[in-house]
Design a protein. Sequence first.
Length: 170
Amino acid sequence: MDKEYIVLEEINNNQNISQRQLARNTGLSLGSINILLKKMAKEGLIKIESIPANRVVYMLTPKGMLEKANKTYKYIKHHYGVIEETKKKIKSVLEKLLEENDSLSILLSEDEISELVKTSVEELDMKEKILLVNEKKEMDESRLLVTLNSGDYEACSDKCDKVVCLVERL
């Protein structure tokens, strides 16, 4: 993610944040934070004010708020594109597997890739050929088993003859 965006978000959440806290919260070095803050102040994205007791307050300017919104938009747009491309690849792999097999069982997990697979299966509209299962005991052994990670693949390949790992085929 964009370093400036991360710093702008932290300042937006807490104007009284110190450079050390910014470094700790963002995972950036203290030197990087110092350089970024000076650059953003020079660009008019933030305003730096000294307050009593050797403290500094960082405030987003209107220009900084607009820049943060633009960076958020670009980030969402980029990642939405990546998600759509991944779903397209998932659908393509599932269609190829269905050309070679009558039906599939897909072993789901509690993660994001499982959510993408569920959505892809719904969009393919082949629910009669694809069985989504949450546990190994729910699977139909007559179907090709599709796992979503190498751990499940290794655990299932000992017990099933027909197992493939979807992520390896993407």
